[in-house]
Design a protein around this ligand. Sequence first.
Ligand code: NI
Length: 397
Amino acid sequence: MKDVNIREEAGKLNAQLVEWRRHLHAHPELGFDTVETAAFVVERLGEMGVTEIRTGVAKNGVAAVIRGDLPGKVLGMRADMDALPVREETGLPFASTVDGRMHACGHDAHTAMLLGAARLLTAHRDKLKGAVKLIFQPSEETGSGAPAMIADGVLENPKVDAFIGLHTGNFWTGVDAGEIGYSNGPLMAAADMFTITVTGKGGHGATPHRTIDPIAIGCQIYTTLQTIVSREISPLAPAVLTIGTFQSGSAGNIVPPDCVMKGTLRALTAETRKELQDRIRGIVEGVASAMRGSASVEFHYGPPPTTNAPEMTAKLLRAAGAVVGPEHVREVDEPTMGGEDMAFFLEKAPGVFFFHPSTFGGGRDYPHHHPKFDLNEDVLWTGTGTMAQFALTWQDD
Ligand code: NI
């Protein structure tokens, strides 16, 4: 790789990355409906001379192959493209032009950075071993885009042997803009949703003894569920159980027939995830039955924990070090309990998901999904550079 200086080439590309990101930022699309975004991606790839492009993968996903001149394996490089149903309040000149939609998680930057990596790799096909498959994914925020693309065959023809992906922004600490963050353990959590339905027996509020009050049962279930994390899961195993909605009833003098709660659970290992699910079910059914009612829980499974393969993490450290300097490649302080559907890809082949810090500092950083969320565009090149350098070197040694 002596005659290719990706650090320098990526740096020179930053103005282009900013332009692409701003266009995408101004035109956010939700879920699987990333029509214009996909068209933008396909146009840019066409300009780079990429011809092997499959569109319409899981509705509006794009998969494009760049083949190297040297024999080797296939690396899947993934970026998510979807925005959020948030009304933007940044006041930026390139703010969302669509009311009620915003790129408030940085997926606009992910798409731009992967396009940048594609640009660098198309210029170095003679040094590229095997091929890269660029995966532009819709609907990350629902946790359903990655499995839908997998079901639609995105990992075949050519078959993907390994993965790389990144998340930009500010949700991991311990690293600053211009650096690259990694984790040797899990980086993000398994994230499942669930719905609990309690069935009682409705009646007049003045004759509670002739009813089975689902609100009373629901309150006991809510309270008892809090003891799973505090009393049952090991204090050394991170776990979250949140009930976000509790709905029942229509008037003050009526005992309603049922009550519905919705929540989410997070865990960093498959074992803790299973334990949470089993105990929620046990408590929901047991408490309801003890109080003469009945209840059931339905799980809506999200992504598993995002966990990197150690050998791929080692390759990332080498690639990122060549781009930002080894002293600027640092382990993040701790994982986040947020979920990430990249985890579905990492279940299929070994890979690495890394953190691209794009903070401003000085109080300018708003949380992801906030109407004022923004990211530091000066460092877009470090994400592009790390991805491209990884693609060119991961099969060395
Ligand atoms: Ni995100």
